[in-house]
Design a protein around this ligand. Structure first.
Ligand code: FUL
Length: 471
């Protein structure tokens, strides 16, 4: 494929409906809770007794309320971590809450968490570790795969709508450990059959791990990348005979979807990034990390560099042995919610007037970026030369943030842009960026302006903007 053909191809890669819905969430919570909470560890051995699990004051509604107040939209619970202990009374194993003293063996953490999410208006997702250090079927092939699919079925049938199934790729078995050939295709089809709207994350086809657990994504985080960055694509038999992926794929590479990465003409897919990071040092609760809770300033920075940079943020909370989120963690999350409310208090761009240098047709006018709809948008027309759109706020306002969204339903196009503000009759550059994608939050020093202009300096085949907000 020639260079132009590759760019044209990349420009046409679009998200699925479930990816689109997911991308709107932006910020949601992980809950790491399980047998590790009681043994003070991060990776259990699988040999722990269910007798250890006894969260005397478990309160999933407290988790949900904190998550909601922090401005998050969903919760993903570790229903089974690598140690194999199940937080719901699975029919297919004895290694679960049903053999714990908690609620006399009649408790169900997954049920309580799902109900708390429904009550507070959060979406609910499940983390189910493929690697299982407890189950004897692990390493035997089909018997374990059947077990895993049965567990998926329990989780996906009994707990209402599930927005995400998070399949962790970690495995610490080592060279001489047990080797399990996972039936990925079977796992995926079970999920698609039972919860067709759920995204399958990380070791799945819908959502990509950003490549680290430090809370940072790339400065140019493309959602369109070569297929070999998706484990799901390489597991799939239908892809195995496709162009072989280059050796030593580096998921942590600073660029996955820029021109130099897509130019070889590999198959391209829509595979957007998620940043996962823990509020504490570890994923599970440890009393000796009570003072190792990230400060608000760090969290806000992570938020802007993920949610504001075309990725989503999955922030982990760690309920303690009592089954509640500790005071310091709670206060930090409430402060984060309050800060985000202050930061995005009033969109000053509403009711403004937009102009543009060019447009595809009258149905794609720049004014569409202010109507709050994700169906209408500004479209520059094909192969535009440095197209721009400008806003007249109607009066001077102090501004330090502009939030931009491309209409990603028609793909991700913009490769470089600048924002200018009119100061003393001249355009002053406020911000310079690369990709926009589903959401880009541009932060700059506060400035008093009435007119702001977005210039698209480089784009693939055309440019779109679905939403323009100013704060
Ligand atoms: C990793 C796991 O090994 C950690 O324990 C944690 O669950 C993290 C989110 O993913 O792969």
């Amino acid at each position: 494929m020639g260079a132009d053909a590759v760019i044209e191809y990349a420009s046409k890669v679009v998200p699925s409906e479930r990816q689109l819905k997911w991308s709107k969430l932006g910020f949601y919570a992980f809950i790491h809770f399980g047998i590790n909470t009681f043994t003070d560890s991060e990776w259990g051995t699988g040999g722990e007794s269910p007798e250890l699990f006894d969260p005397q004051n478990l309160n999933a509604l407290q988790w949900a309320k904190i998550i909601k107040a922090a401005g998050m939209k969903a919760m993903v619970l570790t229903c089974k971590h690598h140690d194999g202990f199940c937080l719901w009374p699975s029919e297919y194993t004895e290694h679960s809450v049903k053999n714990s003293p908690w609620k006399g063996g009649n408790g169900d953490v997954v049920g309580e968490a799902a109900a708390a999410c429904r009550k507070t208006g959060l979406k609910f997702g499940v983390y189910l570790s493929p690697w299982d250090r407890h189950d004897l079927r692990y390493g035997q092939g089909a018997p374990y795969n059947e077990y895993f699919k049965n567990q998926l079925r329990e989780l996906l049938v009994n707990y209402g709508d599930i927005f995400c199934v998070w399949l962790d790729g970690a495995c610490g078995e080592g060279k001489n450990g047990r080797k399990q050939e996972y039936d990925w295709e079977g796992f995926y089809s079970t999920i698609r059959e039972l919860q067709p709207e759920a995204v399958i994350s990380v070791n799945g086809p819908d959502v990509r791990w950003c490549g680290n657990e430090a809370g940072v994504c790339r400065s140019s985080e493309w959602s369109v990348v070569p297929y070999f960055y998706s484990p799901a694509e390489t597991f799939s038999p239908s892809v195995k005979n496709d162009i072989p992926p280059p050796k030593n794929i580096n998921i942590a590479s600073p660029d996955l979807g820029g021109r130099s990465k897509i130019k070889r003409g590999h198959r391209l897919i829509w595979y957007p990034a998620e940043v996962n990071v823990s509020l504490r040092k570890g994923w599970f609760y440890h009393a000796n990390e009570d003072y190792d809770v990230k400060p608000l300033s760090k969290l806000i920075d992570i938020y802007y560099k993920s949610v504001g940079a075309n990725a989503s943020l999955l922030l982990n909370l760690s309920p303690n042995k009592e089954g509640i989120i500790a005071k310091r963690d709670m206060e930090t999350m409430l402060a984060m919610g309050a800060q985000l409310e202050i930061d995005f208090n009033e969109n000053l761009a509403e009711d403004s007037l937009m102009t543009c240098s060019c447009r595809l047709d009258s149905g794609h006018d720049a004014q569409n970026v202010l109507d709050g709809s994700d169906k209408t948008f500004w479209h520059s027309g094909m192969n535009p030369v440095k197209p721009w759109i400008a806003i007249d706020l109607g009066d001077d306002y102090d501004i330090d943030k502009v939030v931009l969204k491309e209409h990603i339903r028609t793909g991700q196009q913009i490769e470089r842009f600048s924002l200018y503000g009119e100061v003393g009759g001249k355009w002053k550059r406020l911000f310079k960026g690369t990709v926009i994608g589903g959401r880009r939050i541009c932060r700059f020093d506060e400035i008093r302006v009435r007119h702001i202009k977005l210039v698209v300096e480089k784009t693939r085949v055309f440019a779109t903007i679905e939403s323009f907000e100013a704060y």
